[in-house]
Design a protein around this ligand. Structure first.
Ligand SMILES: Nc1ncnc2c1ncn2[C@@H]1O[C@H](COP(=O)(O)OP(=O)(O)OP(=O)(O)O)[C@@H](O)[C@H]1O
Ligand SMILES: CC(C)(CO)[C@@H](O)C(=O)[O-]
Ligand code: BAL
Length: 282
């Protein structure tokens, strides 16, 4: 696997692959890779000839007081994992390479509606940062296909809308959430949890499973979600939100069948997210 830090070297290598008629699959990440990221690499390998991963802890998507500085940076371990997973190219630029004029002067991409509420409500400006960097990575790599995790459900919806609105020639593929044996969705931020918090963390997914059962049994959403919030607080979480939305993140209406439960909650300083799809009864 080749690790590249500069844009001209990336363009040169990608041009050679394109001249040879190879398709390109992109896996954007912030590094500190785990089996969830490797599932994206596997999917990209199935769908394209050459897999390009990127590692960049994007400052534009972090708000003041968030964990930009603390975010784990583990390049050597990540390179070994990507190489073993069959990734051909790793692009790991630094901030000055991607934002040479600095963040304040940077052109931004904003995706209305789908960026609002949920994580967009709790983290103002976050999805502008995500949409901007993903647009930039799409322009730099020009992939045929790009893989993103369904764990970041709203992010995936934002990226799908961005690709649709700007007519970008890339196929966006969502990859199912990879979980630990006890159900906790894998996340780099799980590494922030103390042993005691790690023991509590699976309650997040368990609560979603319980709520899904109740909703599918025909219980009304509002009191069911209120009971879920109480259960999370009793377990020690400080929830940012717990919501039931239509699968496209629109509001649930009388005719909605395909829906999704979405949650973000803090355990101490660590912010965890999760979601669970469900079919609502008639
Ligand atoms: N458990 C998982 N299953 C499937 N995809 C995942 C999982 N965790 C992360 N991803 C996906 O990997 C890509 C890179 O995500 P990122 O580097 O932010 O990882 P992360 O572990 O989710 O980190 P964070 O703790 O910052 O949310 C995203 O598309 C994300 O949805
Ligand atoms: C898509 C992404 C790599 C953009 O920085 C990031 O939001 C992530 O890791 O999910
Ligand atoms: N996994 C999405 C990146 C972020 O939390 O900033």
């Amino acid at each position: 696997m080749h690790t590249l830090h500069e844009i001209p070297a990336l363009r040169e290598r990608l041009a050679a692959h394109r001249r040879a008629g190879r398709t390109i699959g992109l896996v954007p990440t912030m590094g500190n890779l785990h089996d969830g990221h490797l599932a994206l690499v596997d999917e990209a390998r199935r769908r394209a000839d050459v897999v390009v991963a990127t590692i960049f802890v994007n400052p534009m998507q972090f708000g003041p007081g968030e964990d930009l500085d603390a975010y784990p940076r583990t390049l050597a371990e990540d390179q070994a994992r990507l190489e073993a997973a069959g990734c051909e190219l790793l692009f790991a630029p630094d901030e000055a390479t991607l934002y040479p004029r600095g963040l304040a002067a940077q052109t931004r991409v904003s995706v209305p509606e789908v960026s609002e509420g949920l994580c967009g409500g709790a983290r103002p400006g976050h999805f502008d940062g995500v949409a901007t960097i993903v647009t930039m990575l799409f322009n730099l790599v020009q992939p045929d296909v790009a893989c993103f995790g369904e764990k970041d459900y709203q992010q995936l919806a934002v990226i799908r809308r961005l690709v649709s609105d700007l007519h970008l020639p890339v196929e966006v593929v969502g990859v199912p959430i990879v979980r630990a044996a006890d159900g906790l969705a894998l996340s780099s931020r799980n590494g922030y949890l103390s042993e005691a918090q790690r023991a509590v963390a699976p309650r997040l997914q368990q609560t979603l499973v319980e709520l899904r059962q109740a909703l599918q049994a025909g219980e009304a959403p509002a009191p069911t979600l209120a009971a879920g919030l109480s259960r999370l607080r009793e377990a020690g979480f400080a929830p940012d939100y717990l919501e039931l939305r239509a699968a496209d993140l629109g509001p649930v209406v009388e005719t909605t069948r395909e829906a999704v439960l979405l949650v973000a909650a803090r355990l101490g300083p660590t912010r965890l997210i999760d979601n669970l799809s469900l079919t609502l009864p008639r």
